[in-house]
Design a protein around this ligand. Structure first.
Ligand code: SAM
Length: 240
């Protein structure tokens, strides 16, 4: 369970109605039960349920079970797609260990509005479910052009371009992802919308010093598949 309170031995942590409903109602836990807590700073802690009520409860930290772990400095920039598929992208990116998710509106992005708070809650649930001790931040939806205006070239951008697949450049452009010598330094992966990137966006990205074009093979993947594939390849090459 993700909490905001500090975690240390003997520390009581109060939980509110939603967490109480989940723990005591859905999970049928009660006083004396054990729960794993994390807050993104103090690692994972086993806590004992010392008070259980309908409107809240108290969990008391007993022992640290894992040290704090921070994901690599990897962002996922993605164009939102249909709701269920966007949820999938967020969930899988958290499982794949990204540090920050940045929804970007591209020229061919269809969804104009995005509930950032809903996606952030989704990221929290995914982190709880996969045993991470870190909840990535989900940024507000921003225009891709604005994000690129402010780009810091120290962060390398893996630009997943579907045109490489259409041009049959699968294996040669795929090599771009692995051509980097060192694995250190901040990274970002960019996945486009179902409609793909415009020629203008493509030209701009090809002109950016920080951008490395990457192919995910000779077939056109759906945006959600592409996100998982690109993060998997990144983890294989640079991850822990
Ligand atoms: N409508 C586009 C087309 O027909 O070319 C396809 C867009 S694809 C469904 C969504 C996104 O996934 C793309 O913008 C790209 O970022 C990524 N993608 C999908 N297949 C890819 C591939 N083979 N190589 C690199 N990126 C890919």
């Amino acid at each position: 369970l993700f909490v905001s309170a500090p975690l240390s031995e003997g520390q009581p942590v109060e939980i509110g109605r939603d967490d109480a409903h989940y723990l005591f109602g859905v999970m049928r836990q009660g006083a004396g039960g054990r729960v794993t807590l994390f807050n993104g700073r103090d690692g994972a802690w086993e806590a004992e349920i010392t008070q259980a009520g309908k409107r809240g409860g108290v969990l008391t930290c007993r022992a640290q079970t894992a040290p704090q772990w921070d994901p690599p400095d990897l962002w996922l920039l993605f164009a939102p797609v249909k709701k269920a598929r966007t949820d999938f992208i967020v969930e899988k990116a958290v499982e794949m260990g990204v540090r920050r998710l940045v929804p970007v509106a591209t020229e061919f992005t269809n969804s104009e509005r995005l509930r950032q708070d809903r996606l952030q809650a989704h990221a929290k649930e995914a982190a709880e479910q996969c045993g991470a001790v870190f909840v990535p931040e989900v940024a507000e939806l921003q225009k891709l052009s604005r994000v690129l205006d402010d780009w810091d070239d120290a962060r390398r951008l893996i630009f997943c371009d579907e045109a490489t697949a259409r041009a049959g450049e699968g294996s040669s452009a795929r090599a771009g992802l692995f051509a980097e010598a060192g694995g250190t330094g901040p990274w970002a992966v960019l996945i486009g919308p179902e409609g793909g990137f415009s020629e203008g966006e493509r030209a701009r990205l090809y002109g950016m010093a920080a951008a490395h074009v990457a192919s995910l093979g000779p077939r056109i993947l759906r945006a959600d598949t592409a996100a998982v594939a690109a993060l998997t390849l990144w983890q294989m090459r640079f991850g822990d």
